[in-house]
Design a protein around this ligand. Sequence first.
Ligand code: ADP
Ligand code: MG
Length: 238
Amino acid sequence: MAGLSLQKVKKRFGETEVIGGVDLDVKDGEFVVFVGPSGCGKSTLLRMIAGLETTSDGRIEIGGRDVTGEDPAKRGIAMVFQTYALYPHMTVATNMGFPLEMAKRPKEEIDRKVAEAAKILHLEPYLQRKPRELSGGQRQRVAIGRAIVRQPGVFLFDEPLSNLDAELRVQMRIEIARLHQELGTTMIYVTHDQVEAMTLASRIVVLRAGRIEQVGAPLELYENPDNSFVAGFIGSPR
Ligand code: ADP
Ligand code: MG
């Protein structure tokens, strides 16, 4: 497990600044949700934390360690995306164990960690199936399992439930809350869904054009949004 610190973090693509100086401290074990309009930089910020994008300026610390220029594989982070490309020809078990396979971990360790993840995600009956034999929610659970086996210090979720229908979304939201309770790992979660943000977050970060507009506990933002922009995302209707 690890906390996270973003210090004056900026991102430019060519001349365009898309992240304009973000400061944020996330405590070990916190569940932080990023919300904000499309194009405000949520995915870019997550990708910078994961090391999938370089940081133009500022500093990123994970578990108190400066990781700003560091390789993604060394950061102890796992990311779950909206579109979860599972390998169609591999079983659920092989898909989940794949990151460990790539890291050349011993087979006993892979089997043990896959079994543990399958237990947490209620995927035990499906381990020998192929992805096409699963429902959308089960497939997304496999994608989450693939993150769990790596035992990351921080989980990053980029709109992981957006492709699921409404009923499954509710079910998976409860699963993710339970996962956080069971593992206690720091989670950063991007969503468009106000209910997801309100129910999952210990703190919500509202982003606007690459900057933090307001940060606070869900009820704090709901009851005391700083402005109509924040209220538009989280605030109580008035
Ligand atoms: P969000 O996830 O909040 O919808 P993104 O982080 O995807 O926003 O995008 C933020 C801004 O950065 C957008 O204006 C987007 O067009 C731009 N952007 C993202 N990736 C790149 C890239 N690789 N090259 C140039 N511009 C990019
Ligand atoms: Mg995005």
